[in-house]
Design a protein around this ligand. Structure first.
Ligand SMILES: NC(=O)c1ccc[n+]([C@@H]2O[C@H](COP(=O)([O-])OP(=O)(O)OC[C@H]3O[C@@H](n4cnc5c(N)ncnc54)[C@H](OP(=O)(O)O)[C@@H]3O)[C@@H](O)[C@H]2O)c1
Length: 302
């Protein structure tokens, strides 16, 4: 049976963080959660964009509980500040949706010296998750959802050059960051289970969805952007696997959700598989150690 939002009960009393909630998939996830009476923290790097998105949700759901909080995932300083501010404001965290991301920008380093895609897509979320973990594990039935991509097939973890210092292939670097998100989701589940926590770590991908993510593709391709939503998924459709991972009642730790049809590029949300590299347990443990060393955030150490 196809999973739909209609079968999700009220989320009243629950608290969610959605990173990158001002547009695209993150906006759609925040909108859907707010419609179910979940209290949603919109964790965004641009306050004006966040407030405008909050207003758009409130226009549709006037009773929604929404709060914009500043978070730049490409800055460890910002990640620490966000986690500290959240910890002061909220006693619980039911859903952490690690959604924000960028794809194939020109080469740049974050203020911490990380390649920008690895920084925003993966390392920022790794640190965020670690800093918020005490709140998450004390909240019954909590879940952490990591956004991966079909692009996890494009990359490998370059342990000897994770920041692409020896040469930048933007497609491979995006693939590396999305593979890292998926390996992190699986490894986090293993570590949560071994530590005896009930929190579930799951992953999701939206197939191909019409969002701003494609802004760095060549300009000659931009006129085709509106077609993406027609041929593949709208942003709302692409958000469904994320929502299924977060809310589905048959979801288990370590599940990966994506669209059902056309080689996982579009369609209804289902559980999907991922490649062998993403399931390499030794590489995932090595990635965990590397991520701890790079970010200085250490958690669920064994
Ligand atoms: N669309 C697809 O087909 C597709 C396919 C596979 C996976 N995904 C994944 O889905 C996720 C959402 O992407 P999307 O398609 O919704 O793209 P989008 O429309 O471009 O939205 C990306 C969101 O991430 C935010 N963001 C980027 N860098 C950030 C940073 N350093 N700190 C905080 N927020 C930051 C953006 O903020 P600003 O608005 O301020 O830039 C925006 O809110 C990403 O992880 C992406 O890899 C998307």
């Amino acid at each position: 049976m196809t999973w739909t939002l209609q079968q999700v009960p009220t989320q009243s009393g629950r608290v969610a963080i959605v990173t990158g909630a001002n547009i695209g998939l993150g906006f759609e996830v925040a909108l859907a959660l707010a419609a179910k009476n979940c209290s949603v923290v919109m964790a965004c790097r641009n306050r004006d964009k966040a407030e405008a998105a909050k207003a758009r949700i409130l226009a549709r759901h006037p009773g929604a509980t929404l709060e914009c909080m500043a978070l730049d995932l490409a800055s460890l300083r910002s990640v620490h500040a966000f986690a500290a501010a959240f910890g002061k404001r909220f006693e619980r965290l039911d859903l952490l949706i690690n959604n924000a991301g960028i794809m194939m920008p020109p080469y740049a380093l974050s203020e911490d010296g990380f390649e920008s895609q690895l920084a925003a897509n993966y390392l920022g979320h790794f640190a965020l998750t670690g800093l918020l973990l005490p709140r998450i594990v004390q909240t019954p039935h909590s879940r952490i959802v990591s956004l991966s991509s079909l692009a996890h097939h494009w990359g490998d973890i370059q342990f000897d050059d994770p920041q692409s210092a020896r040469g930048y292939d933007k497609r491979r670097a995006y693939g590396q960051s999305k593979l890292a998100c998926l390996m992190f989701a699986y490894e986090l589940q293993r570590r949560l289970a071994r530590a005896g926590h009930g929190t579930l770590s799951v992953a999701a991908h939206p197939g191909v969805s019409a969002t701003n993510l494609f802004q760095h593709l060549p300009v000659m391709l931009h006129p085709f952007a509106p077609l993406v939503g027609l041929v593949f998924n709208t942003a709302a459709g692409g958000a469904l696997p994320v929502l299924y991972a977060a809310l589905g009642d048959d979801i288990e730790g370590g599940d990966y959700c994506g669209p059902q049809s056309f080689r996982q590029m579009r369609g209804a949300p289902v559980k999907v598989g991922s490649n062998r590299r993403s399931r390499d347990v030794a590489a995932a443990a090595r990635l965990w150690n590397l991520s701890q060393d790079l970010t200085g955030v250490r958690f669920l150490e064994e």
